[in-house]
Write a protein that binds this ligand. Structure first.
Ligand SMILES: Nc1ncnc2c1ncn2[C@@H]1O[C@H](COP(=O)(O)OP(=O)(O)O)[C@@H](O)[C@H]1O
Ligand SMILES: Nc1ccn([C@@H]2O[C@H](COP(=O)(O)O)[C@@H](O)[C@H]2O)c(=O)n1
Length: 479
């Protein structure tokens, strides 16, 4: 028996847990231990995308699922059929099978279905029974072993009926096919595949299938995100669904939770630059060179989130080019000292931009103090690009953003640019300021016991400005 409440299940689908940590002012701290967190916070965000496909019997649910699976050929996808969770009929029920209602929610073992889905969502392999429509049993055929996947499709007439099952789904599709088409298909299928006679099929339809559709299935249509008329014939709808799933799968799971969080598109060039700046053996001049390249990419990406106005220009060919005009009222704010490393890239992109500064003193991580600020007087009229290459606990970011908001800048006019973010910090900032935008180049695993991002890249300011011990050693060796 699965004892998870609806809230528990909803939590596993949308919330974030950091095992081995305890919560403190919205942050999770490590109790004791080694360099890496016990459970990688990053892994906790890696959850499969769950799609529910409901609709009347013979509406084309299986056909729609098959098409989605075929088009997602480069992804690991598993299909789970609600039919697999039909209760076995007792001997007595078997003697009067014509009186059994297979279309009622109680015909299914929902607890077993929930337990299987829960395991798959948590990356565990499961055994799923294969239902025999001729013997009315789920233990005639060997169970199917299903491994965890990127996408789980749960298909069945009543998959939207139980709120606990609905809560597991990231996308709900209702296949809407005319009743006469469904009946015609069902007669064909049940007489051919399930060795039933047409009279029995029609009796079952009028006694159970149609009333259950009206009472239990149709009322769940309102939960659907997408309603597909004409089932598998609707290629446009299926293409759009597949495109949406691909987009979602390509995103970090935190971007699915926080729509204003943007991670720049990763390429081997970007991974290569990250490899260099994270390598403890990288010398200062290489560190600065590659950090600058990455910072420039983040700055350009951040500028792309500013508002624009349309503008037409005449090209030297005499033709009209319809383009856009940059947002003019901008300023940067760097968090001293690491944030200053991002100022050059911002100046290189925005000629003459005003850049303010904020200094936050770190005493442990719970006692942070704002000790210096110099911001443009008219900052409240400007869009603000806040510069800090590392987002760790989120404490400094919260202080800096709160100050900028106190100066009159609307939250939605702030874009926070950083190179490396810890999930904990993102969680804190995005929850506290849901309207600011964050642009980062990579999201790391978590924080270590000193609240430093891991794997991270050490103290950014020291490595960028050459004040780390190793460089002093290196210099003294070369003297
Ligand atoms: N677009 C379609 N055109 C013709 N026959 C179809 C179409 N979609 C499904 N079928 C047929 O109708 C029957 C029921 O379709 P299926 O996808 O299994 O429905 P469901 O899974 O909703 O019960 C199957 O025999 C299938 O081959
Ligand atoms: N032993 C059974 C079990 C189920 N049914 C019917 O199957 C329908 C659900 O499957 P679909 O593929 O059509 O979605 C449902 O309407 C049940 O009446 C059955 O006939 N015999």
């Amino acid at each position: 028996m699965n004892t998870k409440s609806v809230e528990d299940l909803m939590e596993t689908s949308t919330e974030v847990h950091f095992s081995g940590f305890h919560m403190d002012n919205g942050l999770e701290q490590r109790k004791a231990g080694t360099e890496e967190p016990t459970t990688s916070a990053f892994d906790e965000y890696r959850q499969p995308f769950v799609i529910g496909v409901a609709g009347g019997s013979a509406s084309g649910k299986t056909a729609v699922c098959d098409m989605i699976i075929q088009q997602l050929h480069d992804q690991r996808v598993v299909l789970v059929n609600q039919d697999s969770f039909y209760h076995n009929l007792t001997k007595e029920q078997l003697t009067r099978v014509q009186d059994y209602n297979f279309d009622h929610p109680e015909a299914f073992d929902s607890e077993r279905l929930l337990s299987v889905m829960d395991k798959l969502k948590h990356s565990q392999a499961v055994d799923i029974p294969k239902y025999d429509f001729k013997c009315y049993k789920n233990d005639v055929f060997p169970a199917r072993r299903v491994n965890p996947a990127d996408v789980i499709i749960l298909e069945g007439i009543l998959v939207f009926h139980d709120p606990r099952v609905r809560a597991l789904m990231n996308m709900k599709i209702f296949v809407d096919t005319d009743a006469d088409v469904r009946l015609a298909r069902r007669i064909k299928r049940d007489t051919a595949d399930n060795a039933r006679n047409i009279e029995a099929v029609l009796d079952q339809y009028s006694k159970f299938v149609k009333p259950a559709f009206d009472d239990f299935i149709l009322p769940t249509k309102k939960y659907a995100d997408i309603i597909i008329p004409r089932g598998g014939d609707n290629h446009v709808a299926i293409d759009l669904i597949v495109q949406h799933i691909r987009t979602k799968l390509g995103q970090h799971d935190l971007c699915k939770i926080y729509p204003n969080l943007y991670v720049i598109h990763s390429t081997f060039q970007i991974r290569g630059m990250h490899t260099l700046i994270r390598d403890s053996q990288t010398k200062k001049h290489d560190f600065v060179f590659y950090a600058d390249r990455l910072i420039r990419l983040v700055v350009e990406q951040g500028l792309g989130h500013l508002p624009f106005t349309e503008k037409q220009v005449i090209a030297p060919t005499g033709s009209v080019y319809s383009g856009v005009d940059f947002c003019k009222r901008l300023c940067g704010v760097s968090v001293i000292r690491s944030g200053e490393s991002m100022e050059n890239a911002l100046r290189a992109c925005c000629k003459g931009i005003k850049i303010g500064k904020i200094l936050i003193h770190r005493e442990g991580d719970n006692g942070q103090q704002l000790i210096y600020e110099k911001l443009p007087n008219d900052i409240s009229d400007r869009h603000v690009l806040l510069l800090d290459p590392i987002l760790g606990t989120g404490n400094s970011a919260v202080q800096a953003i709160s100050l900028i908001i106190r100066k009159g800048v609307p939250e939605s006019n702030i874009i926070f640019l950083n190179l490396i973010s810890a999930p904990q910090g993102l969680h804190v900032v995005c929850k506290r300021f849901p309207r600011i935008k964050i642009v980062t180049s990579e999201i790391d695993n978590g924080l270590n016991e000193d609240f430093r991002v891991v794997p991270g890249m050490g103290e950014f300011g020291d490595r960028y400005f050459g004040t780390d011990d190793d460089d002093e050693l290196e210099e003294s060796r070369s003297r």
